[in-house]
Design a binder for this molecule. Structure first.
Ligand code: UD1
Ligand code: CA
Length: 450
């Protein structure tokens, strides 16, 4: 059965105290909207509609960056969750199958939970995701009997008796698309907030002799983010889950609590991750690669058997083939390092291609930027770049070539050649003691004068 998703993301998030729309605040190096969209991906939806409002253009961009087939509708005025869902009606009212409504600020709903909701649709026309709240606060309360749902009452409209209920509304709702948009079109706004409450569709459904049901999940999944403190809690919750998953998947984490993952970090089995490693977005680490302590990696690919760090930084476009070694205080950006390349120490490789088994000496720098444009450095196979070589791009070094330590390489080096681009050395026999005496005299004079 086809499934459509509607993701509500129009709210401002006043309590974040921010210029940025709430759903664009980051958890695990990704906008929380991406987390919600990823949760929904578990249902392989045919259509994904994001309802944007505050910061609509930025939200649209972020939504399309995650899924370029999603559709974005703008809710110009935030008149409530029911009104927000209604914005998707022109796109989805005629769609076959079910529509699932998710919130952009509730990022952690698990695939199993959404699947359970779809299964529960066999028994109920409308299925709502509920949870037992430790502190029910201002959540909407579910008036239910077993898995039959009678009504949802918003905190603002609830009696004391209803407020004592701890079964709360997560906001996630699922129904046949045609039914959902029919019900949403019939909503009124006669309530304490003067808003069109999506939650009222439960009573509307029952008035039409359609049954409503509740599926529950652990509270951790329904965690909504309204404040910076909750954002920090969500980050911590994500990280502890990601660490547990990595361990479960056969990754060694020497000090799990010090490793930080991004939403899309992929790490293969038997990889080893040392202490204090931070993954930004877009990182893939293959099996049996090792990332030593204190590395920062973003947008890069580390192949099987490669080792990185300690204290290395891999930036976007860093591609490390099998058995590459990148050592301490090395930065790699937009560079392809073929099999077996060694870059041991204190080096910057940016916009570069390095052929297999080439050795890059300590202190090598690709001078890739002329202040206006970036240029590429090409180094062949089995070359040897002497320590402290400056490679002034665009420039190339051929297969099997060498550069002398301290060289400034401004011209292409042919294969098998040795390039020396440094001042010639001159030795002055016996001069050193005389120089020392001269310096001592200068020092003595200065001290007398002082
Ligand atoms: C809503 C539910 C409440 C539930 C709680 C769970 C309603 C009426 N209430 O309350 O039962 O316990 O979520 O977190 O549905 N949004 C829009 N457009 C709008 C209004 C909201 O896109 O006009 C989006 C928000 O950006 C947010 C989500 O809908 O992502 C929820 O809105 P919010 O105002 O936070 O609802 P709550 O009052 O928390
Ligand atoms: Ca909320």
């Amino acid at each position: 059965m086809p499934v459509s998703l509607v993701i509500l993301a129009a709210g401002q998030g006043t309590r974040m105290n921010s210029e940025r729309p709430k759903v664009l605040h980051h958890i695990a190096a990704a906008p929380m909207l991406h987390h919600a969209m990823q949760a929904g991906q578990a249902l392989s939806p045919d259509r994904v509609v994001v309802v944007a409002g505050h910061g609509a253009e930025a939200v649209r961009k972020a939504a399309l960056a995650f899924d370029d087939t999603c559709e974005v509708v703008v809710q110009a005025e935030q008149l409530g969750t029911g009104h927000a869902v209604a914005q998707a009606a022109p796109l989805l009212a005629g769609a076959a199958g079910d529509t699932v409504v998710l919130y952009g600020d509730t990022p952690f709903i698990r695939a199993e939970t959404l699947e359970a909701m779809l299964l529960a649709r066999a028994r109920h026309a409308v299925v709502v995701l509920g949870f037992e709240a430790r502190d029910p606060g201002r959540y909407g309360r579910l008036i239910a009997e077993g898995d039959a749902l009678h009504r949802i009452v918003e905190y603002k409209d609830a009696t004391d008796e209803e407020r004592a209920i701890t079964l709360c509304n997560s906001g996630v709702i699922c129904a046949d698309s045609a039914t959902l948009f029919d019900l949403v079109a019939a909503l009124g706004n006669d309530n304490a907030a003067g808003e069109y409450y999506l939650t009222d569709i439960v009573e509307l459904a029952r008035a039409r002799s359609l049954s409503a049901g509740v599926v529950t999940c652990p509270e951790a999944e329904t965690m909504g983010i309204n404040t910076r403190a909750q954002l920090a809690e969500a980050e911590a919750a994500f990280q502890s889950r990601a660490r547990a998953e990595a361990l479960e998947n056969g990754v060694t984490l020497t000090a799990p609590e010090t490793v930080f993952f991004a939403l899309d970090t992929h790490i293969g089995r038997d990889a080893i991750i040392g202490a204090n490693v931070v993954f930004g977005p877009g990182v893939t680490i293959e099996s049996e690669a090792e990332i030593l302590a204190f590395c920062h990696l973003t947008g890069c690919h580390v192949s099987r058997g490669a080792s990185v760090g300690p204290f290395a930084r891999l930036r976007p476009g860093a591609e490390l083939a099998e058995d590459v070694h990148v050592g301490n205080f090395v930065e790699i950006k937009n560079a392809i390092l073929d099999e077996g390349v060694k870059v041991g120490h204190l080096t910057y490789l940016g916009d570069a291609d390095v052929g297999e088994f080439t050795n890059i000496g300590a202190g090598t720098v690709t001078c890739n930027y002329d202040g206006v444009n970036k240029h590429r450095t090409r180094i062949g196979k089995r070359a040897f770049i002497g320590s402290d070589t400056m490679l002034v791009a665009p420039v190339s070094v051929g297969d099997g070539a060498m550069t002398g330590s301290g060289s400034v390489i401004t011209q292409d080096v042919p294969g098998d050649a040795v390039a020396l681009g440094r001042a010639k050395q001159v030795n002055k026999p016996g001069l050193a003691p005389k120089l020392f005496d001269m310096y001592k005299e200068i020092k003595a004079k200065r001290q007398k004068g002082a």
